[in-house]
Design a protein around this ligand. Structure first.
Ligand code: SF4
Length: 90
């Protein structure tokens, strides 16, 4: 049986650390902007809802930005594993 998750319901966002950061941190840095990526990841590292954020980004297949402390490339790897697990379980 497949569980359908409503990806539009994201109450965890209210506790997101990125709501409180200044304009000096972008969560959509260019992939060559290593300092920008590191700054965003540092905010995510202290975020109380990082796990929820990462799950949401992986499940909704967000292709841009830093979510849950992970780059798009890192999330693609997680998503591949997640889809393989779903396939095995079905
Ligand atoms: S993990 Fe990062 S992007 Fe996600 S809500 Fe927290 S601070 Fe924002």
């Amino acid at each position: 049986m497949t569980t359908v998750i409503d990806l539009t319901v994201t109450p965890w966002r209210e506790a997101a650390s990125c709501l409180d950061v200044t304009d000096q941190v972008s969560f959509f840095p260019d992939k060559s902007d290593l300092l920008g990526i590191a700054k965003a990841k540092a905010v995510c590292a202290a975020c109380p809802v990082a796990d929820e954020c990462l799950s949401w980004a992986v499940e909704s297949n967000q292709s841009e930005g830093i979510w849950g402390g992970h780059t798009p490339k890192e999330r693609r790897r997680i998503r591949r594993r997640w889809l393989e697990e779903i396939k095995k379980a079905s």
